[in-house]
Design a protein around this ligand. Structure first.
Ligand code: PMV
Length: 333
């Protein structure tokens, strides 16, 4: 049977590998969420989604060919044992590649973002591995194929190959070769993302498990694809016209609707903690007081606030410890 990775690397030619392949990939935060798969093995989504990158926050991967008969993986300098929670997914990903290249690898990962806490660390992680392998083997894969390759590790990783606003097209084909992200040719220099760290310990259940449980047991999930199609149009238009209110309202509503699907699953799934709810109440109160700010939330208790640069001081009065990122600002790309 032809594997998805074989399909992708069909034109792979055994270029001479260099000594070490290296890459950094940014994390991305979805403004329109990906929640639910039409193919769990290939990470093919039910709907499109749209994200913004977090410059400087993500994963650095370095990969070398090993003489041994198994892969070696380290995170932040520590070798992972086979019983480590992250080992299986990473090892399977490397194995899908080594089935084609016939090499084993030493993979070293460094994170500049909390891992498995709903800050999209898996997105930057698999994007950085795909980029590093491309560098190691000098494949010169297209951005599209790198996006597909990253998606095979973790769906949202396909939106971390490029920077800026990225649109993941769900695609229709069974082999997934039309399911990848493209960068919107649009910027928004005033736009700020504030990371509100509530609890950075790893989440209680993976997004993979939570997604499949929601799809199987939540009646509300039936309405999700229709809502995403609507929200996506509104957000695309809002980005085009720099309509911040439309962007914020829709992104917040989209995230809450995803979590509503989870809380209507059987049994219910919750990523929010008491402090998450308290922070949401603070955002609502800030809006009542005339501060235009919104939030989005992924598979974890932490929030990402959305606001414009000229409201930065007012927003910092509400959340003094906010980690502020300006994706298109001086620090952005
Ligand atoms: O790519 P995964 O399997 O880590 O799923 C990501 C799911 C969300 O972060 C909740 C939404 C998204 O679109 O990033």
């Amino acid at each position: 049977m032809v594997t998805p990775m074989q399909l992708l690397l069909n034109d792979y030619q055994a270029h001479d590998a260099i000594n070490e392949g290296k890459a950094f990939a940014n994390s991305n935060i979805a403004l329109i969420k990906y929640w639910g798969k039409r193919d769990a093995d290939l990470n093919l989504p039910i709907t499109d989604s749209l994200s913004i990158h977090l410059p400087g926050l993500g994963t650095e991967a370095s990969v070398r060919i090993l003489d041994g008969d198994c892969h070696q993986i380290s995170i932040d300098g520590f070798a992972l044992g086979t019983d480590h929670a992250a080992f299986k997914g990473l090892n399977n990903y490397l194995t899908a590649i080594s089935d084609i290249t016939k090499h084993h690898y030493h993979l070293s990962l460094r994170f500049t973002i909390p891992v498995a806490a709903g800050f999209a660390s898996s997105a930057s992680c698999f994007a950085s591995i795909a980029l590093a392998c491309n560098d190691l083997h000098q494949w010169n894969l297209s951005t599209k194929n790198l996006s597909i390759m990253a998606r095979l590790g973790s769906g949202s990783a396909c939106r971390s190959i490029e920077a800026g606003f990225c649109h993941w097209h769900a695609g229709e084909s069974d082999n997934g070769l039309d399911s990848y992200a493209t960068q919107l040719d649009l910027t928004w220099p005033e736009l700020c993302i504030g990371l509100l760290h509530i609890d950075n310990t790893p989440k209680p259940y993976s997004s993979r498990l939570a997604m499949s449980h929601t799809q199987k047991t939540s009646f509300l999930y039936q309405a999700w694809p229709t809502q995403v199609a609507h929200d996506l149009k509104v957000v695309q238009q809002a980005i085009n016209t720099h309509d911040f209110q439309a962007l914020g309202e829709t992104a917040e509503h989209n995230a809450e609707s995803m979590h509503a699907c989870m809380s209507s699953a059987k049994p219910a799934l919750f990523y929010s903690q008491g402090n998450t709810l308290a922070a949401k109440a603070q955002v609502f109160k800030a809006r009542e007081q005339g501060i235009p700010m919104y939030y989005t939330q992924d598979a974890g208790p932490n929030l990402k606030c959305l606001f414009l640069q000229h409201d930065l001081d007012a927003v910092l009065d509400v959340f003094p410890n906010l980690q502020v990122i300006q994706p298109f600002g001086d620090a952005g790309e």
